[in-house]
Structures are given as structure tokens and as C-alpha cells.
Write a protein that binds this ligand. Sequence first.
Ligand code: ADP
Length: 329
Amino acid sequence: ELFEIFGTDRAAATPSLELFRDRVHPDDCARFDAAMAAAIEGNTNFSCEVRITLQGGGVKHVHALGEIQTGPGRDTEVIGTVMDLTERKRTEQALHDAEADLARTLRLATVAELTASIAHEINQPLAAIVANASACARFLARGPAALPNAREAADCIVSDATRAGEVTRRIRALLRKEAPRHVVLEINRIVDDVIDLLRATLDRQRVAIRTDLTDSLPPIMGDPVQLQQVLVNLITNAAEAMRETLGWPRIVTIRSRLGENETVVVSVEDTGSGLDPQTLDRIFDSFYTTKAEGIGVGLSISRSIIEAHGGQLSAAPAPQHGACFSFTV
Ligand code: ADP
């Protein structure tokens, strides 16, 4: 097996530590020597992951492990073996690359949603600001100036401008490369934010949004941007599942209620195609998708986000048509 890993002809070489040492990748030699020296000095086992270079020029990842045998009056002996990790490393790297790509894709998808609603969300307060500013100018130009009306128009300008500022704040939060930050937050506020974000897109898809949010839920600890991403995902999936819906209304209903032990439960229910019981346990797997343009990572990423918040994300059939996804935080 070792000859196989090292790609050497068993007739051409006698196994030895030197033979192994010579093959260790130059960048890993120092680490390998240090691990070996530490083991010999401390008379302990050793374990070290290194790359080895093959005669043909290829590189393999191996895990070298061994033990030191020593005793009075005898030479120190190192007995070791190596395990080939190349395949595992390749898979890990592929997975890591895929995860990085997908996290980026998900983020971009969220940004795309966002971009679609920016025009809508910013245009509205801007138009109101223009209207209120001209009204304000007119009230001031009157003789005598209609001061209370002018003040009212100015107040409206302030709140519209604040609303437009909130939109930019959300975009900045989404684009900032910040590590997840757990803060105290109100889940209903997150739901409202996401609905604001997706309203224009859902209108275009002729999907009605209903909410049934329980007032005065306990505050929760979480990362607002990540929880927004989960909701964006669930609502986008709901809308996509209702694309083919004919004969009954396309409705997505978002509910929040108190769960057990001071947790909060949020659910997103649709009137779409529903879940196939045969594949129900696979929809949370990475890369599982039934959509032509799907990537199949939305639910798996959402589930890891919710689990990182100490909660659970699950799916069940909706009472009439469609599916209901719920999570606890
Ligand atoms: P993607 O949306 O890229 O397919 P997801 O991980 O978000 O990836 O979803 C995986 C699969 O789960 C979908 O392709 C679909 O088959 C199923 N699914 C998700 N949400 C719903 C829903 N609301 N109704 C019916 N099926 C759904």
C-alpha cells in the first residue's frame, strides 16, 4: 500500500525514513522535521499532515503518524505509516469552493431582490418629498404664510427622507462583509423589513402577502441580516412554488408566535405545488433542487443559519394546498 501511495517500484527502493523524508514537499519539510523532533524528544507519538511530491511531479496529501520506540541501550526507533488523504482533501477543497461560491451566489441573489425593490422603495419617498417640499414652499409664499401647514409638510419631508435612509441602511448592512453579529432583536421587525424588501417582486408575481404576527413576543438574540436571508429564501421559494398555481389565489402567509421555553416560531406558508412526501427529507440537502435554474442550496444554508441560532427549521404540508416552513429562534 505504501509503495502504491508513493508511486515507487518495490524492487527499486528499500523503505526507509530518508526515502519518505526526501519525498516530503519542500514547503512542508520544516513542519515534518519539527513534528518528528518533538516526538523523539518527548518520546511520544507523532502525527503530521504533509504533502509528498511524486516522481512524475504530482502531489499527494498524506497523514504521517507513528510512534517512537526507545529503551536503555538501544537506538531510538521510529515506527510509522502514512495514510493517503489526497481524495479527501480534494473533496474538502471542492466543498469549500462550492460553499464559498454559493454563499456569494446567495448574497448576490439577495442583492438582486434588493435592487429590484430599491427603485420602488426609494422612488416613493422621493416623490413624496418633492410633493411636500413644493407644498411647503406654497404655504410659505402665502400672505400671511400658512405656518402650521408648512410645518406639517416639513415633518412629512423628514419622515420620508428617514424612510429612504432606512433603505440605504439595509443595503449597506447586506453588502458589508461583517461576521455574523448576534444582537437583541424583534422578529416581527425582521419580518416587516423583509416584506418591504420583497413587496415589489411579489406584486409583480401576483402573490399576495398576509401576516399574522403576534404582538409583544419576547426579544431574541440573532444576526438580523442572516435571519433576513432565511426569510428572503423561504418567501422566494414560496413564490416560486406558486408560479404554476391556477384556480386558487397565490398567497404567502407569514406568522409569528410564542414557542416553548421563550422561543419564537416563525412560519411561511404558501398555496403552491406543495411538498412531495417522497422527497421531503431531501429538500434540505445541499444541491437538491427540482427547479431548472435552481441551485439547491437555499434551504441547506437557511437550516445552518437557524441551527447556528440554536433553533430548527422544518417543513410540513400546508392545511389546504402548498407547503409550510417554520423555524424557531
Ligand atoms: P432551490 O430553490 O435552488 O431549488 P432550495 O434549497 O431553496 O433550492 O430548495 C430545494 C427544493 O425544495 C426546491 O427545488 C423545491 O423542490 C423544494 N421546495 C422548497 N421550498 C418549497 C415550497 N415552498 N414548496 C414546494 N417545494 C419547495
